[in-house]
Design a protein around this ligand. Structure first.
Ligand code: PAF
Length: 280
């Protein structure tokens, strides 16, 4: 496994090697089984797998969240080595943003709703870094977890609008035994908080099992809010039912249609998101 830590070194690597079918897994480190499932998928579908580790300051609207974001580089490298990852790209902030101010896309309001409403500027920061990484790594395929459902939709939009010849591969959410969606931020939870946080998914499952066509989604949003807030230190932030492709919110559950339930919940100082597909 080769570790590349500057943009110039990456360019040099590209110009001195034959072009290989390349799979790319962009990450912010603090790797868990969810990330590793993306890496394994990439390894099985490409000749070369590149993982980037970069905690991107531009996508954090909350300074505290940026500072507290877990950083476990040594452990991450060990995990990637065990997976037989080919290249790990670990750039520095000044280097990656040198002469690069970002990219403009038409978000079609997707940056303003759900996550965007609570994290202003977050999605602009995400597209800026993902575009920049794509420009450097030049992958054929890029792998993203479905946990960040809205991020995935926005990245697909960015790739389409900028005509990048990259296939975006969505990968299923990986969950802890308790049902809690795996996330680097889980590292910041105590064992007891992790257990309580699993109530997020459990409540979503109750909705999946009981919601039926004809129901008003707001009833189930209220249910989610009430149930979550019963479990201190969980604190409801939002829940929405949306059409999985457009992310338009739905006003009634219709027979034979699917909706995505997307939620954000605080567990003490840690913000957690999750989502689940419901078919009627
Ligand atoms: O999903 C993430 O970890 C980040 O948003 C990403 C895609 C690596 C960009 O920094």
């Amino acid at each position: 496994m080769r570790i590349i830590s500057s943009v110039d070194e990456y360019k040099e690597f590209l110009s001195s090697s034959d072009k290989k079918q390349t799979g790319f897994v962009p990450t912010m480190g603090a790797l868990h089984q969810g990330h590793l499932s993306l890496v394994r998928k990439s390894l099985s579908e490409n000749d070369l797998t590149v993982v980037s580790i970069f905690v991107n300051p531009k996508q954090f609207n909350d300074k505290n969240d940026f500072e507290k974001y877990p950083r476990t580089l040594e452990k991450d490298l060990e995990l990637l080595k065990n997976e037989k990852c080919d290249i790990v790209f670990v750039p520095q902030t000044d280097d990656i943003y040198n002469n690069y101010t970002g990219i403009k896309i038409d978000f079609k309001e997707l940056d303003k709703i759900y996550e965007g409403k609570f994290r202003p500027g977050h999605f602009q920061g995400v597209v800026d870094i993902v575009y920049r990484l794509f420009e450097i790594v030049k992958p054929d395929k890029a792998y993203f977890g479905e946990k960040d459902f809205q991020q995935l939709a926005i990245i697909k939009l960015m790739v389409k609008q900028t005509n990048l010849p990259i296939i975006i591969v969505p990968c299923e959410i990986v969950r802890e035994k308790s049902g809690l969606a795996m996330s680097s931020r889980n590292e910041r939870l105590t064992a007891e908080q992790r257990e309580i946080a699993s109530f997020i998914y459990k409540t979503m499952l109750i909705i999946k099992e009981n919601a039926k066509s004809g129901d008003n989604p707001q009833t189930w949003i209220n249910f989610f809010q009430t149930e979550i807030n019963k479990h201190t230190p969980l604190k409801y932030e939002y829940a929405t039912f949306c059409e999985p492709n457009t992310l338009n919110s739905v006003s009634v559950f219709e027979k034979n249609k699917g909706v995505q339930l997307c939620v954000a919940v605080w567990c003490d100082e840690v913000r957690l998101i999750d989502n689940l597909f419901l078919q009627f």
